[in-house]
Design a protein around this ligand. Sequence first.
Ligand code: NAP
Length: 246
Amino acid sequence: MLSGNTAVVTGASRGIGRAIALELASRGALVIINYNGSASRAEEVKAEIETNGGRAELFRCDVSDSGQCEAFIADVIEKHKKIDILVNNAGITRDGLLMKMTEEDFDRVLDVNLKGTFHTIRFVSRQMLRQKSGRIINMSSVVGIMGNAGQANYAASKAGVIGLTKAAARELASRGITVNAIAPGFIETEMTAVLSDRVKEATAAQIPMGTFGKPEDIAKTVAFLASEDARYITGQVIQVDGGMGI
Ligand code: NAP
């Protein structure tokens, strides 16, 4: 159980982040739902948690903006005095073949997916160091391990998340803080719904288990890494991908 824990989940207004927020709240954590776009989707997640008897709060913050992240984390610490769990889930794609990819599309994906993860870890780890405890879970991707045509920016950002995870794990381990990454395969969310049937069929053919994953598959893994059962696991990348990355 995670009763008494405060968990920050970035990009929790929909998709995988929403499932993570619901799962952590169902295990007793107070969940801070971060979002960047319209508040309505995040409000729905908060309402769903509260209907189920859980506790949640909302905070709008563009994770690519260092100043906004600093204010976000400071606000959570001022209100709740601690942060036990940080889940860096916010992420975007801007796909395109390398030759045609604009510098702007490369930078924006790196700024949200990789620098966003850096910003929150930087501000949250100061508090976790004071607490001498904490769990940080970063969302990478199987694409960060295998690469993927048309996703040079995204693959680079997710490979970067793995390096960042391992470096942070080494820096923070002696202070009771674990840092791990999850590398999802193809999960059914709005991010993947936009892909063509041709791409979906080609991807399904690469998955030994033959089916796409669900946001709940990732949420359960996050809950495990956040739990006492995972106390001796750090610096790892757990692939939740139906065997896609074997
Ligand atoms: P999604 O449905 O597109 O949701 C993305 C979430 O990130 C939304 O809540 C969005 O909130 C938030 N977000 C985007 N930019 C943000 C920013 N600058 N600051 C704060 N929040 C921001 O995506 P998903 O499929 O659930 O993916 C979640 C994570 O898993 C991502 O890191 C993704 O790369 C990773 N992943 C997904 C898959 C997959 O197959 N779906 C596979 C591997 C890895 P707003 O709409 O409010 O901006």
